[in-house]
Ligand binder design. Structure first.
Ligand code: 5GP
Ligand code: ZN
Length: 149
């Protein structure tokens, strides 16, 4: 869908700070983050909302959001938790018509920072933030490998 900003990000014709990518999914930093590390997980194939999204692909989107929530806990962002939110449809405040799962890192006692971040939505240092999340994903993989061994 050429008019879709997230399709353009997937295609690389619009800029983004990428956190993770595979054949079917892309995760990148939200341009107006609520907290540092606020990430969007999208299916590469365009689907406007959950009504259009294949169930299996939806499960993959959630799995990656789940992994990123674990990664930010293991990263230098030092998250203690995360809000995972998917606004499905304009009635639910979806503003970009390409399914996306928000992963918003949270810390204990960050209520004030979260509230101001929600209003201001200012970007943080994007490259170091994405690098920290990627390092958290690497740590998660290592941990999983060691648990299996
Ligand atoms: P929604 O309200 O649809 O769930 O959220 C859309 C999100 O996409 C918002 O948090 C907004 O900041 C983010 N967003 C909108 N346009 C762009 C863009 O061009 N690049 C990135 N990285 N994020 C975007
Ligand atoms: Zn799209």
């Amino acid at each position: 869908m050429s008019g879709c900003i997230f399709c353009r990000i997937v295609a690389g014709s619009a800029p983004s700070t990428r956190v993770y990518e595979d054949d079917t999914l892309l995760a990148f930093l939200d341009i107006r983050p609520i907290t540092r590390g606020h990430t969007l997980v999208v299916p590469k194939q365009h689907a406007t909302d959950l009504d259009e999204l294949d169930h299996a692909l939806g499960a993959r989107v959630f799995t990656l959001g789940h992994r990123i929530a674990k990664a930010v806990r293991r990263s230098d962002l030092n998250a203690d938790g995360a809000n995972l939110v998917l606004n499905d449809g304009r009635a639910a405040f979806q503003t970009v018509g390409h399914v996306h799962l928000h992963v918003v890192p949270r810390k204990h006692g960050d209520r004030w920072g979260f509230a101001t971040g929600f209003v201001l939505r200012r970007p943080h240092d994007t490259e170091s933030t994405a690098a920290a999340i990627r390092a958290g994903l690497d740590r998660l993989e290592t941990e999983e490998r060691e648990t299996r061994a």
